[in-house]
Ligand binder design. Structure first.
Ligand SMILES: Cc1ncc(COP(=O)(O)O)c(C=O)c1O
Length: 433
């Protein structure tokens, strides 16, 4: 039995996984041409690159009217504002997501109402959505998390019955499909981030897909300081400058050219990984829902059995990272999240409605188990490194399964550090000593 690398053994993998983002001549040419054109900014909106990107993005995703903008947070704020949702309205969001999903409603003046996820997908639980609906509920933002999709059949059925606006936060789901419909084209709005870690990136950026053309015109108006975008009605809105630049759009056009090949490569390697993972004890895969007809892979999440491995995910990820595998423990639960503390602000929504932000009294059992105990998040680069990259991951997981006593020892050392210093300093763990 090989000792764990963090305890002085040989790591399974010494070669780094490929970095992200990647570029080629097309990006350099597109950016250079844009710079030379003198048309750098986003005004007048949309510029030629932005208009071309919007058309191609909607085509790739399979529907909707695309409105590119600064990032994948303001997309959700703008969607709510375009739909007339604002002050004091309740917007249901999942507890397991990046803070942006809950921060965006507040920026629109609405109140995020946090609900739990399902244990088999880690996406919002439709039953929890239904239970949280009140007379003030106007919208639900679902998140297609990591490489999963929310049960859109259930969400649309609930939304239709209660007349709710549906926003699909598809920051992780470029190219994904549910019953052959693109993520972000099923609800009223699809929100996409193009921030640099995302599988389609322009460095920073976002796209809002709108089912309804008039909503797209309103969204375009809101991000362009309120300028009218509707040729017939000449409707002005209250807006701000959330435009992106033509340089971002140039990068987006180049990224779109590579996207489909990259997506197929990741998908093939994810299938291969899932075949191999059946050989590893102590781990559970998330659900493979057959209605999720095309998967995309921003992150890949598995669950570990803490009793089997004698540790929870933090120590597990630490040991796995030591083997050369890029993993992390994912997001905290929204009600326990350092990056989501509305009470630390003087923002209007938490100031006016403090009763909604009493996080100590909230319990989200499934999210808390996922975020504190069992989830292991793997980077998309594992799927861009051929079969060897996947084989190394599987070998490293098998090594964990062979070494539960060593993992237990790491837990013990961590606990001692916690008692002595009030924190765990992984640099001082065995192997680093
Ligand atoms: C689920 C989710 N929603 C929204 C966002 C926000 O996107 P952006 O960083 O482009 O504002 C992210 C970004 O990490 C995300 O992961």
């Amino acid at each position: 039995m090989q000792p764990l690398a963090v305890l002085g053994g040989e790591p399974i993998r010494n070669t780094p996984y490929p970095s992200w983002p990647i570029f080629d001549e097309r990006d350099l040419e597109a950016v250079t041409d844009t710079i030379k054109s003198g048309r750098w900014g986003g005004f007048p909106y949309p510029g030629p690159n932005t208009a071309a990107f919007a058309r191609k993005f909607a085509e790739m995703q399979g529907g909707g009217h695309a409105v590119p903008m600064m990032n994948g947070t303001v997309t959700m704020e703008v969607a709510l504002r375009a739909a007339g949702i604002g002050w004091g309205d309740e917007v249901i969001v999942p507890a397991y997501t990046f803070q942006a999903t809950a921060a965006a409603p507040m920026a629109a003046g609405a109140i995020p109402v946090i609900v739990d996820i399902t244990p088999d997908t880690y996406c919002i639980d439709p039953l929890a959505v239904e239970a949280a609906i009140t007379a003030k509920t106007r919208a639900v933002i679902v998140v297609h998390l990591a490489s999963q999709m929310t049960d859109m059949d259930a969400i649309m059925e609930i939304a239709n019955r209660h007349n709710l606006v549906v926003i699909e936060d598809s920051a992780h789901a470029h190219g994904a499909q549910w019953r052959d419909s693109g993520a972000g084209t099923i609800g009223d709005f699809g929100s996409f981030s193009l921030q640099s870690s995302k599988i389609l990136t322009t460095g920073e950026g976002g796209v809002l897909l709108c089912k309804d053309e008039h909503m797209a015109q309103r969204a375009a108006s809101i991000i362009d300081c309120g300028r009218a975008k509707d040729p017939d009605r000449k409707e002005f809105t209250m807006g701000v400058n959330y435009r992106w630049s033509e340089i971002h759009a140039a990068l987006g056009l180049a990224a779109l050219e590579r996207f489909s090949e990259q997506a197929s490569q990741r998908s093939a390697m994810a299938d291969y990984l899932e075949e191999s993972l059946s050989e590893v004890p102590g781990i559970t895969l998330l659900k493979r829902d057959l209605r999720h007809t095309k998967r995309s892979f921003y992150r890949y999440v598995i669950k570990i059995d803490p009793d089997f491995f004698h540790c929870e995910h933090e120590v597990f990820c630490y040991a796995l990272a030591g083997e050369g595998i890029p993993v992390d423990t994912g997001y905290p639960a929204m009600n326990r999240y350092d990056l989501f503390q509305p009470g630390l602000s003087k923002l209007p929504v938490p100031s006016a409605f403090p009763e909604y932000f009493n996080f100590e009294s909230m319990t989200m059992p499934v999210t808390e188990r996922a975020s504190q105990v069992e989830s292991v998040w793997m980077g998309e680069s594992i799927f861009r490194s051929g079969r060897q990259g996947v084989d190394d991951l599987v070998e490293a997981l098998k090594k964990m399964a062979d070494n539960p006593d060593s993992l237990a020892r790491l837990v013990q050392v961590g606990q001692e550090m916690l008692e002595q210093d009030g924190q765990i300093d992984f640099e001082r763990m065995p192997g680093h000593l």
